[in-house]
Design a protein around this ligand. Structure first.
Ligand SMILES: [Zn+2]
Length: 297
């Protein structure tokens, strides 16, 4: 999701599909906004798809690719969180795949899905077009904290991370390949996305997000597939943790000195851009400052 006008249609293209490990490919987002990195993970008898793309037409493309890739193996679907480009295509998989998510994400989908559908339709005609005909589906399997999905000779771990980027973030780990799918807990080459839209949505928590990043850093994966941006190594986890900690520290020191909000935003934004001049999504810095001010005791 983005707060900037879109320059590209949020269309999933099945191109530059990347072999990340044995029987594990990623359909990359090619730097296109509102297109997520999509994973397809195979085992002996089953294949897991991670993320749907936004809307039924994108998801149908993903399903067609996954069906061909699976060559008769059973299909599963999971999504990292409820945001539209990650999960609002699940209907295309109905009857074709078993949809598994964590309970908090299922609650987000039910509670906030309709509001996000409305909000995203306001982001422009290309987004509204992709969201045409979206029906929010109820996942088939819901778990509380962790779920081990046996694909046959390969067990994939789904883990609920608690509230951070959203209330129901989930990561997907493929231990035998050292691969971690983070969803929007991590973006490569981009400032962290804070969906901080008071009073409508204040579920994002910068403080909890920092804790989540510390836990993910400690897992030491070989490959990190971020929600958006290039497939990376473990360093991207530390980069996001460091960014969030700096954002908190620089925000709070100014908050402590009772600086006006506008000045805090301007100063912190300038600092962060100086630190990461090549990162995209600069508008998200301000949202992050707002969130962290609200979390300042
Ligand atoms: Zn998101």
């Amino acid at each position: 999701m983005s707060s900037e006008p879109l320059t590209h249609d949020p269309v999933v293209e099945i191109t530059q599909v990347r072999d990340v490990a044995r029987d594990l490919v990623v359909i990359p987002n090619r730097g296109v906004e509102l297109v997520p990195n999509i994973g397809v993970i195979g085992g002996d008898h089953s294949v897991l798809v991670v993320e749907t793309g936004m809307g039924p037409r994108n998801a149908e493309k993903v399903l067609a690719f996954a069906t061909e890739y699976a060559k008769g193996r059973r299909l599963y679907l999971s999504t990292t969180h409820f945001h539209p480009e990650h999960a609002f295509g699940a209907q295309a998989f109905t009857g074709e795949a078993t949809y598994v998510v964590n309970r908090a994400q299922a609650a987000d989908l039910a509670d906030k899905g309709p509001g996000y559908l409305q909000m995203f339709r306001g982001l422009g005609t290309s987004v509204a077009g992709q969201l045409e005909g979206v029906e929010l589906v109820t996942p088939d399997v819901v778990y509380d904290d962790a779920y081990e999905l046996d694909l046959g000779g390969r067990v994939v771990r789904l883990r609920a991370m608690g509230r951070a980027h959203s209330k129901g973030d989930q990561v997907v780990t493929v231990p035998d390949a050292g691969v971690l799918f983070t969803g929007d807990l991590v973006e490569a080459g981009q400032f962290s996305i804070f969906p901080w839209f008071p009073p409508y949505d204040v579920d994002v928590s910068g403080l909890r997000w920092i804790e989540v990043m510390r836990r993910l850093v400690a897992t030491g994966p070989d490959v990190v597939v971020p929600g958006h941006g290039d497939i990376s190594g473990a360093q991207v986890l530390a980069d996001v943790r460091d960014y969030l900690e700096l954002l908190r520290d620089e925000t709070w020191v100014r908050r402590d000195s009772a600086m006006p909000m506008e000045t805090i935003v301007a100063e912190v934004k300038a600092l962060m851009i100086e630190r990461h001049p090549k990162w995209a999504g600069r508008d998200w810095i301000e949202k992050g400052v707002g969130c962290l001010c609200a979390e300042h005791a």
